[in-house]
Design a protein around this ligand. Sequence first.
Ligand SMILES: [Zn+2]
Length: 179
Amino acid sequence: MSSTALSYAIDDQDHLIKLDEGYYRFAEENGWGEAGDSLGRSLWDFVAGDEMRKIQRMLVRRIRDEVGHVELPFRCDSPAARREMEIRIAAHPSGRVVLFSARLRSENPREAIQPMLDPDAPRGDEALQMCGWCDRFEIDGEWMEIEEAAARLELFLRDELPRISHGICPRCNQMLLAA
Ligand SMILES: [Zn+2]
């Protein structure tokens, strides 16, 4: 069973200043190799994809300057499970520190698509875009769950998987802008 909650905070320069035990446990379970020395590093080093960094930066700015806090659903799938999570992002009233706390809402094991998210699987030149917020994939302009993407691309018949490039889908883009 995986951890159910984690939290971390950033200072006014967006550097990670506080990581709780849940963060480290979650990082270990998910094979985030660099997590051990996250403290003091920029939060943005850990967000994959330019678009996603850009929109999350805007979100953090809005939280600091305008809205104070938001709560949003997001996905954080592991190779073996589909995970629906919720994150609360809140500015500390006295300053520029922002606290992130995430918790698990549901976790469903799955088997067939494990190789697709396996960081060690062999990858070819073809790139498949994945939304960094909802973990869906884009094929021919359509965004879909990994199971459907794998079926459409007949991934199980291949020796090599496509590379995954990180972006953001229109639905999440809109949700984050509206938060
Ligand atoms: Zn998305």
